[in-house]
Design a protein around this ligand. Structure first.
Ligand code: PRP
Ligand code: URA
Length: 210
């Protein structure tokens, strides 16, 4: 696998993901599991964040300690399904700001269509974690990254639950500077652009719309 791709194969994540894949898992459990996995993945995605040394006073003495004091983070979900990953991440990175990018995939062309974009005004100064559970053709993630770059974003990581090999290749070709974090890389895309074996339509399963 390309070194810009990290597969987070922790047993807790894999166990929870298997329950999500099961077609008999309902929306309530699906949402909760997605939130939990997003929180666990956030731990790994933030692993290389730079710490600053600050002086603090413990009950015993003055000391130098490490903190993420100057770190500015933005979590940007791709609507709708990316919303299901935001709360879990905010539990670990509560100071992060949240931007939103609205994209849906046209069912005929499989091309992403943009309908919303609202980002923190200081997006160019932030480390950005773009989140979407599914990386299928890669069109939505790639367009999302283009939008972020147009607004001045420089440091972007993409965090997805399940990726198809085709999606990973497309994003890395379009954006060689972006690191991708996934819990699983599945086999292939079917004729309708769905990831196999995948988990179906993530947005519909989160929001109970089908
Ligand atoms: C899904 C998913 C991604 C996109 C992935 O969203 O959440 O955004 O498809 O497919 P791609 O890699 O081929 O672009 P969808 O378009 O179904 O919208 P939704 O989240 O509103 O359901
Ligand atoms: N979007 C989804 O929600 N699931 C897929 O398998 C592909 C795109």
């Amino acid at each position: 696998m390309d070194k810009r791709v990290t597969i987070i194969d922790h047993p807790l994540i894999q166990h929870k993901l298997s329950i999500m894949r099961d077609k008999n898992t309902g929306s309530k459990d699906f949402r909760e599991l997605l939130e939990e996995i997003a929180m666990l993945m956030a731990y790994e995605v933030t692993r290389n964040f730079q710490l600053e040394e600050v002086e603090i006073e413990t009950p015993i003495c003055l000391t130098k300690a490490k903190m993420l004091t100057g770190k500015k983070v933005a979590i940007v979900p791709i609507l709708r399904a990316g919303l299901g990953m935001v709360d879990g991440m905010l539990k670990l990175i509560p100071a992060a700001k949240v931007g939103h990018i609205g994209l849906y995939r046209d069912p005929e062309t499989l091309k992403p269509v943009e309908y919303y974009c609202k980002l923190p005004s200081d997006i160019s100064e932030r480390d950005i974690i773009l989140v979407d559970p599914m990386l299928a053709t890669g069109g939505s993630a790639s367009d999302g990254i283009h939008l972020l770059k147009e607004k001045g974003a420089k440091n972007i990581k993409l965090m997805c639950l399940i990726a198809a090999p085709e999606g990973i290749e497309a994003v890395l070709n379009d954006h060689p500077d972006v690191e991708i974090y996934v819990a699983a890389v599945d086999e292939y895309l079917n004729d309708h652009g769905y990831i196999v074996p995948g988990l179906g339509d993530a947005g519909d399963r989160i929001f109970g719309t089908k």
